[in-house]
Each structure stands twice: as structure tokens, then as C-alpha cells.
Design a binder for this molecule. Sequence first.
Ligand SMILES: CC(=O)N[C@H]1[C@@H](OP(=O)(O)O)O[C@H](CO)[C@@H](O)[C@@H]1O
Ligand SMILES: [Mg+2]
Length: 544
Amino acid sequence: ELIEIIRNCSGLHPKPPGLVLQYGTAGFRTNAKLLDHIMFRMGLLATLRSKKTKATIGVMVTASHNPEEDNGVKLVDPMGEMVTPTWEGYATQLANAEQEDLLAALKDIIEEEAINMSQEADVFVGKDTRSSSASLSKAVLDGVSALGGRNKDYGLVTTPQLHYMVCCQNTQGKYGEATVEGYYKKLCQAFIQLTKNASNCTDDQKHLSVDGANGIGALKVREMESYLKKELHISLFNDGSAGKLNHQCGADFVKVQQNPPTGMKINSGERCCSFDGDADRIVYYYTDSEGQFHLLDGDKVATLISTFLKELLTQAGIDLEIAVVQTAYANGSSTNYLEDTMKVIVRCAKTGVKHLHHAAQEFDIGVYFEANGHGTVLFSKAAEEKIRQLAEDSIADDERKRAALLLQDTINVINQTVGDAISDMLLIEAILAIRGMTIQQWDAIYKDLPNRQLKVKVSDRRAIDTTDAERRAVSPTGLQEAIDTLVKKYSQARSFVRPSGTEDVVRVYAEADTQESADALAHEVSLAVYRLAGGVGGEPKPLH
Ligand SMILES: CC(=O)N[C@H]1[C@@H](OP(=O)(O)O)O[C@H](CO)[C@@H](O)[C@@H]1O
Ligand SMILES: [Mg+2]
């Protein structure tokens, strides 16, 4: 019977023969026209995952910072985290089975995981604002129904909101209420509590300009505003009413171009931030009186947050281990500052949020951020418990107790399931307010080393294999030696290369004491990649 149903339904979502796609760093992602069968099949897979875990699973339809024509899908595991690697493998298998092999591919997974098909299943579905998202999310729902799963369609939500809903549902409301309203209430209440500790904060300081990337984040910021009770004054730009999603705006554009977004009115010295297309990344910036642009990326955010937390822990007199997890893309100055001045533990993980999240779970408090602005803070159960006890302790002295209460509100403003632009924004705004800190003062904590990111096209990027959290290349032969030799020519220099997990390119990163040196080093390393790793098209040209 099931066989019949699936055969009929899957016929409505046929796979283009021969098409091969991979569940990559952030799920499937490609031109929206190629994704209908993927969505249907991810509906099937999410239902199986739900039966297997006996918990609610999430499916988010989005392609984040990609252009509007693209789309994609990510699966969310029971605690709101990214789906586990084994199931990423199943996702790829199921996605690539030809139409006539679909049933067999499903059966393989059911047998391999010994799934009880009579177990009930629940799947939460969300989507971003892309024009293709409506029909693609329907295809997901079709997949869920085909296997008899129940679904809840949250419609338009940010990626981190969907992660949050899944976690709330599976913790029976302990993490919060599994509604968009519940999300705003929890975060905004914590934010308002926190900012009560910011004495004499002026209206000017409460103002923030937000670039919504013409995406879902803009819609949700607008929805949230009334819950903020005027404690934060947001001017929203790129709200989707006129401009195109991610086009010359949004966090990815601002970070990679090191330029302000179009469509935003920026007064010199004013605090601004940009979200990406599904609102799981945030970067801050301002322009100074000379018109110079200053970017405060994920590394600066991690520094601000970890410094704040460390001070509170000291004030509270609680002994908890705090660590910052970065990737190889973290600016060398940030790593030095954190290790040498802040004296916090720093770990380097492979690119991709799941790797950082995993590494951060090893500590009492793990702050993780990619340089591009995706990140959050994780508190272990034991850490939350210690903080709660002190906050409720009736005989603790006032200063310790105040710090514990601040830590508690901080925990509540954070979305621990995944990086969340809205939640990160509220936390950063609260920290700046409490410390009476301007964005210029925040920026001055350390000075970024000039850096450059480039892409090189090669015939097969798998030719490059890396080790040591992607900081060294082990193949092709001679590449790492070539990089080492080039790096030695410059001062305070560092460079590495790795195959991208989301684009068909090799990424090159270089930093050095001056922008000229960083640019020259990045170019020379690009040439080495081109020559040693099978470059295609013309040789990389120098930037200047
Ligand atoms: C250098 C860089 O920013 N890489 C991004 C990018 O991965 P790549 O594997 O580098 O293509 O997309 C990922 C998913 O959004 C994100 O996690 C990661 O940080
Ligand atoms: Mg994103």
C-alpha cells in the first residue's frame, strides 16, 4: 500500500534523469528549477528521521545568501541542531536515486536504521521569501504526507526560528514556546531585562540601522518591533519592498566586498548591521568621518561576547571554562587578542557551522563564530544550573547575584540551537548598552590584519585535501611547500587554501601587515593553486 502511495506521489515530483546533487556544508543548494524532487524526497527523509528519533524534525527551504534564482533545503535534528552526518549521507543517496530506484533507496535506509514504520512522525516546515519557496515547501509537505507523517507548516520564518521551534517542541516547552510569538516574547523579554542594567542610555545609543538583505529577516524584525517596547530603535533598510534578495546587500555581500550595502542611508559614525538571506548571519559596520568603512565581523562579535561573559563570570565568582571556537578564516589579530590578552581557550574547527557547534559543546560555555558572522553561544546543562542556583541564592552578595541574573538573561536572549542574526543582534545591542560602549570603542578592541579572499577555478577541486582544521594542504604534492615559501616573503603573514563546500571553487585566504601584501600574497597563492591543482580558464590576474 505504502509502495503504491509513494509510487504515485513521487511521479508528481520526478527527478531529472542523471542529475546528481550533494548534501553540502549547508544542505542542498542550487537553481530552484532543479529542486522539486529533492524537496519531496527530503520530506520523505525527514519523516523517516522523525520515526527513528521519535521526535519532531525540521525542514527549512532556503538558499541563504545565494541569489534569488537559487533555493535549497536544510534538515534540523531534534535538539534544533543540524542533521547528523550519517543522515546527510542518506540525504545524498535519496536525492540521487533515479526515479525507478527511489523505493529501493528508501527501503535501504529503513533497513539500515531499523526504522519502525508504524511509529508516528512529526515534521516542522519553514521557508524563506524566495519566489520559488512556496511551491518547493509544498513538495516537502507532499513527501511528509506520502509516508503518513504529520506536519506543521510555519510558513515564512528565518532558519534559526525554525531550529528554535524544533527544540522547543522536543523539550516539551522547556526551551520556550514553539510559536513565532513565543520566540519574540522570550528573546525580547530577556533583552529588556538586560538593558535595565544600562543606566542612562540615550535615544541616540538605542538606534540601530538594519539591512534586511531584502529577505525574511526584514519581515521578522518588523514583526518583532512591538515586543521591544522601544528599548531598541530600528531603522530598517532593504526590507524587500523594492530591492532584490541579497543583491548588493546583506551580510555576505558586506563581508566579502568589505563595503556597505546599497539601499541603506548611512550617517557617519552610526551603528549598522546586515543580515543574510535567511537571517542566520550578522555583521556590524560603520563609516567614520573620513568616509572610511569599518567592518565588525564574526570575530569581533565573538570577542565582544566572550569578553562580556568572562567579566560576568568573574563578578559572579563562578568557575566555568569558557572557550571561543573559530575557523581558519578568523583574523589572526582576533586569535592573538583572545589568547594573549583575554586568556580564553581558542579552538579552530573546520569551516561549516556543524563543526563549530560540535567543538563548542565540549566546554562549559562555548562561543562560536565564523568570520562571516554565523555563530552563537552554547551553555552546558551544568553551567546553566550553576548560574541558576546563584541567581536564586538568597544569601549571595549583591554584586555576585546581579552578575548571575545578567548571565541568566543573557542565556535567554541567545538562540543556542544555531547562529541567529536576530538573537545575536539583541545580545550585541544589550552588551553595548550595558557597557556604555560605542561601535568605535568596540572596533578598537583589536585591529584586524588586512586580508583577502579569492576563488580559483580548477577542473576537480577534490584534488586539494587539507589537514589541521583546513590550515594546511596535504595534496596536491608541493602545494603546501609553495604556500610556505610565499608566506615567508611577507610580514605577519598567513595563508591557506581549501575546496569550498558550497561552490565549485577553491578558496584562497591570505592576511599580512598591509593590504598590498595581503593582496599580493593571495594572488601568488592563487597562482600556485592554479598551476599545481589543475586550474581552468585564464591564470588568476593580480588585483592591482
Ligand atoms: C569562507 C566562508 O565564508 N565559507 C562559508 C561557505 O562555505 P564554503 O565551504 O567555504 O563554501 O558557506 C557555508 C554555509 O553557509 C559557511 O558556513 C562558510 O563559512
Ligand atoms: Mg544563512
